[in-house]
Design a protein around this ligand. Structure first.
Ligand SMILES: [Zn+2]
Length: 254
């Protein structure tokens, strides 16, 4: 099998690793700039800008958030010693890019905007987005990222196989280790709200549907999911704020 052969997304990926929520990124690093489009723009937040570095991580150079770049160097060193052929096939389609998540209408900020996500090419080929298949080389690569607390984008509601990002727990570890934060507090990790996405949002949508909603289970916490949470909270006599905290989670059986 060649590293660029396309194979189905394996069933048990990202063990113990969650994608980084938008709120976690905002709480710890602030907003990269005041407005966003689907295209890359400059980071204008001076505190964040001060944490952006450009450096060699082994197979290529990247521009990203300093602790993320440090992680990448270690991840690729591990790949190099364990699987030199895979290492030799790696290149990148980019790391820092202040834009919205593409292919959704929801307006969430991409984690590329904080320089904590990277898109990987195998033998200079990009994996095709959202077709449920991924390059065999990405399947081999994912565990090296997972070991460092990085999430593989093949686990998103719509498969994004080329994409790897520092997971929610990893970003929180950096914060505990002294990474700059802007709000004086970080939202507890069980909270889900408008703008979040990923496997946890799929579970939430399934529970809301079981409680009578009629949502597409796409892992995107958009306006429809927000409205369904509000309706559920009203129905159960909970504080209707559209935010899934511990009480709403418990009522949903999450
Ligand atoms: Zn990406």
């Amino acid at each position: 099998m060649s590293l660029t052969d396309r194979v189905p997304v394996p069933t048990s990926i990202n063990p113990g690793v969650k994608n980084a929520k938008q709120q976690t990124m905002l709480d710890i690093l602030g907003k990269p700039r005041s407005s966003f489009t689907q295209d890359c723009q400059e980071v204008t937040n001076p505190d964040l800008k001060a944490l952006i570095v450009t450096d060699d991580v082994g197979p290529f150079r990247v521009t990203g958030l300093k602790p993320a770049v440090v992680d990448l160097r270690e991840i690729f060193a591990n790949v190099k010693s364990a699987n030199p052929a895979l290492y030799a096939a790696l290149s990148t389609a980019g790391m820092l890019c202040a834009r919205l998540v593409r292919n959704t209408t929801r307006g969430s900020i991409s984690n590329h905007a904080w320089g904590t996500a990277i898109d990987i090419k195998i033998n200079k080929e990009l994996d095709r987005y959202g077709d449920g298949k991924v390059q065999a080389g990405l399947v081999l690569l994912a565990p090296f990222f997972n070991q460092h607390g990085w999430f593989w984008g093949a686990g998103f509601g719509t498969e994004d196989g080329m994409h790897f990002e520092a997971g929610d727990g990893r970003v929180r570890e950096w914060h505990v280790g002294g990474l700059h934060h802007v709000t004086g507090g970080v939202t507890p990790d069980e909270v889900l709200r408008l703008g979040d996405r990923g496997p946890e949002v799929c579970q939430l949508q399934e529970r809301l549907n079981a409680a009578g909603a009629n949502l597409v289970v796409d892992g995107d916490f958009g306006q429809n999911t927000h409205d369904a949470v509000l309706a559920f909270q009203q129905q159960k006599g909970l504080k209707a704020d559209g935010v899934v905290g511990s009480k709403t989670s418990a009522a949903l059986g999450l």
